[in-house]
Design a binder for this molecule. Structure first.
Ligand code: PLP
Length: 391
């Protein structure tokens, strides 16, 4: 049967579960995005800033010592070399360009570890846009350096004191701000989650990761890789990396935060151990109790410490096109150290979860050609790492 796919839905997932006042704004945003994305002038501005400001294309690095030590053939896509040190700026740049085009001069964002806040504050400085970033009070204390960075970049950081004082509360607060100020304000969501059009739009802005990788791999190896691996928080680096390969015979593996281990309940793995429900405006896998209340999460990595996940990942899980596994805090830390020693690459704690898959027993066929998406660099995690590793 030739069914018209429903906009904003990935199978049964996605949608727009928001207060009525936001519906017109989301409709406008969806329409403006489609217009912009098919406008050669917008695309050309996005591409030239991606090249000259962000530093794209990022390299694809052959990880020879890592390959030798794992018995695999590992390449690494270097999103850590993007300006500000992670993939998040691809999305912040795209959304701020769109906001400018829509005549919105005020930008709001939510942030957990502060990486998305920094990326957004950076692009706002570049464009001269007003920027306010909501951040849980707990996270502000844990990520002082990023709070300072945002302030230095001219952004206002608003500490959020409700709930667990972390990312999900910052998201709620940013939504509330948007409801009130929707005429003047664009809300830059930092991952491929939230109500339509965010999961679709963020994927498009991040899909440059996979399309570059596909071309680079093919040029160098004359074929496609066997496997692509990325870590999954809200899912933006993973969906941006996977998207170009969905139609290929390439195995795709998303790695969630296993925290202290799935049986302990202390993790952030909604796809592996959650169930479908509505969170932050979208129907998707999430961590919830029997009453539908959001469960607390745990991960060594602040960027993966989120109880929800983008709707497209839920669809890709249920259709079995992508496999989702977990790496525990301990596995991620071990991988973090090994990658540093073997390759001179210090990954972000988030990214270390993706690398950890290389050592998981029985997961990968010996000799497989694997590309790991290095979503970000680990500078922000040095203090934590030195304490945890006791070096
Ligand atoms: C924020 C972040 C992530 C997690 O977010 P996604 O939307 O799942 O990509 C992963 N890696 C790094 C380096 C991050 O900063």
């Amino acid at each position: 049967m030739n069914q018209e796919p429903q906009p904003g839905r990935f199978g049964q997932f996605g949608g727009r579960y928001v207060p009525e006042t936001l519906v017109p704004a989301l409709e406008e945003l969806a329409a403006e995005f489609e217009l912009a994305w098919s406008d050669p002038e917008f695309r050309s501005t996005f591409e030239s800033l991606s090249r000259d400001y962000v530093g794209r294309p990022t390299p694809l690095t052959e990880a020879n010592r890592l390959s030798e030590s794992t018995g695999l053939q590992v390449s690494v896509k270097r999103e850590d070399l993007c300006h500000t040190g992670a993939h998040k700026i691809n999305n912040a740049l795209g959304q701020c360009l769109l906001a400018q085009r829509m005549g919105k001069k005020r930008i709001i964002a939510e942030t957990g570890a502060g990486q998305h806040g920094v990326a957004t504050a950076t692009v706002c400085a570049l464009f001269g846009l007003e920027c306010e970033v909501y951040m849980g009070e707990e996270d502000c204390a844990r990520q002082e350096l990023n709070v300072f960075r945002m302030k230095l970049l001219g952004a206002k950081v608003v500490p959020v004191r409700s709930g667990t004082k972390t990312l999900k509360d910052a998201l709620n607060e940013a939504m509330r701000d948007w409801v009130t100020n929707v005429r003047s304000t664009h809300y830059v969501i930092g991952t491929a989650a939230g109500p339509h059009p965010y999961p679709h739009m963020v994927r498009e802005f991040q899909s440059v990761i996979g399309s570059e990788t596909r071309t680079q791999y093919q040029e160098r190896h004359g074929r496609l890789p066997d496997v692509g691996i990325a870590c999954v928080g809200g899912g933006s680096n993973a969906i941006g990396f996977f998207h170009a390969f969905l139609g290929d015979d390439v195995r795709l593996i998303g790695v969630e935060a296993g925290g202290l281990g799935l049986p302990t309940g202390h993790h952030a793995a909604p796809l592996s151990a959650g169930s479908p429900g509505v969170l932050h405006g979208s129907y998707s896998y999430m961590m919830q109790d029997d009453d539908g209340q959001v469960l607390p999460t745990h991960s060594v990595s602040a960027g993966l410490d989120y109880p929800g996940v983008g709707a497209e990942h839920s669809y890709l899980k249920d259709t079995a096109r992508v496999e989702y596994v977990v790496a525990t805090d301990e596995e991620a830390l071990a991988a973090f150290r090994r990658v540093a020693e073997l390759e001179g690459l210090i990954p972000a704690f988030e990214t270390a979860h993706a690398f950890a898959a290389l050592w998981q027993a029985g997961l990968l066929q010996p000799g497989s050609r694997v590309v790991v998406n290095m979503s970000g660099r680990g500078d922000k995690d040095m203090e934590r790492a030195s304490r945890l590793l006791g070096l």
